[in-house]
Design a protein around this ligand. Structure first.
Ligand code: SAM
Length: 304
């Protein structure tokens, strides 16, 4: 059978190709005035997720040197595969898209569970694993990534009618944007090897939950504890004092951050509420943005 023709649109805008809990896509308009003024030539994003800030900066600042990292090895595998094996990935994704679209609605959950089982049992890295990850991300409940105690991905089927699984235009645009990027699976602290005085670093860690019930911080199966928040604040200080790099960090508006980041600019912003399983409690919530550089103070009531 003839291979489908790929049309590479040169004007396509790279944007997040995954759904990700805590993804910053909807907030970027409000973050713009909190970014450093002037150009950004060197950029690091050590809590990558779906990389909303990277795509925003790629469009608006065109950094030449980029470090993108995350501790989630499957997530990093997907980013690398999009950059290095786009055609092979898309071929797999088109197969999965076709299978999903042609399945009767009542059989789609079974297809989802079969792919999830294969993902959990065949754990070798490669294009197929990356494709399964993208498929699960697009078809599971809210694009969540959660593992059970045994380490298995266990998010249920989302039941979506028309998920865009093999979005060629976006994948090729992302591949193009990633040509300048170093993509690494590691702890946030390892970005230190990349940072210098010219670097802008954006930290978007798993948020500290405001209440014991808002538990969607377990992105990788490991909770980002208070001790981790403290380790991150110490690292923020190290990068500030040692290199004078420009630093920005988002988190929930929890009182402990006033102490952890005292001496830095702490700006409150309004954000859409985190994912809530029963759909209740959606609305707006106050979050914080910490920077080690000055910006124009904003009022809390930012339009989202
Ligand atoms: C809030 S999400 C980032 C969302 C991202 N800014 C976006 O726009 O999609 C937090 C990320 O931190 C990662 N993470 C958790 N602990 C980490 C650690 N110790 N080092 C590096 N990344 C970590 C998680 O895997 C997750 O992808």
């Amino acid at each position: 059978m003839e291979k489908p023709q790929t049309i590479h649109r040169l004007d396509a805008v790279p944007r997040p190709f995954l759904k990700w809990a805590g993804g910053k896509g909807r907030l970027l308009r409000n973050y713009e005035s909190l970014l450093p003024t002037g150009g950004i030539n060197r950029y690091a994003e050590p809590f990558l997720g779906a990389g909303a800030m990277f795509f925003h900066l790629w469009q608006t600042r065109k950094p030449k040197f980029v470090w993108l990292s995350d501790v989630n090895s499957d997530l990093v595998l997907v980013w690398k595969t999009v950059r290095d094996q786009t055609d092979a990935l898309l071929e797999r994704l088109r197969e999965l898209q076709k299978q999903y679209d042609s399945a009767p609605r009542e059989n789609r959950n079974a297809m989802f569970l079969a792919v999830r089982k294969a993902f959990n049992t065949e754990t070798r890295d490669g294009v197929l694993r990356a494709a399964r990850f993208v498929f699960l991300n697009k078809t599971c409940f809210n694009g969540l990534f959660r593992r059970n105690a045994a380490g298995d991905f266990n998010v249920p089927f989302g039941g979506y009618e028309n998920p865009s699984i093999a979005d060629e235009t976006t994948f090729y645009a992302v591949k193009n944007a990633l040509s300048c990027a170093e993509i690494v699976c590691c702890d946030f602290s390892e970005c230190q090897s990349f940072v210098d005085t010219e670097t802008f670093v954006y930290f978007d860690p798993p948020y500290k939950p405001l209440s014991p019930t808002s538990s969607f911080t377990a992105y990788t199966g490991a909770v980002f504890s208070d001790a981790e928040q403290k380790r991150l604040a110490d690292f923020f200080k190290t990068l500030d004092q040692k290199y004078g790099a420009k630093l920005m960090l988002s988190n929930s508006d929890h009182s402990i951050f006033q102490e952890l980041y005292s001496g830095y600019n702490i700006q409150k912003v309004l954000a859409p509420r985190a994912i809530n399983r029963d759909g209740a409690g959606r609305g707006k919530i106050s979050e914080i943005v910490v920077t080690n550089y000055a910006h124009e103070p904003r009022t809390l009531a930012l339009d989202i």
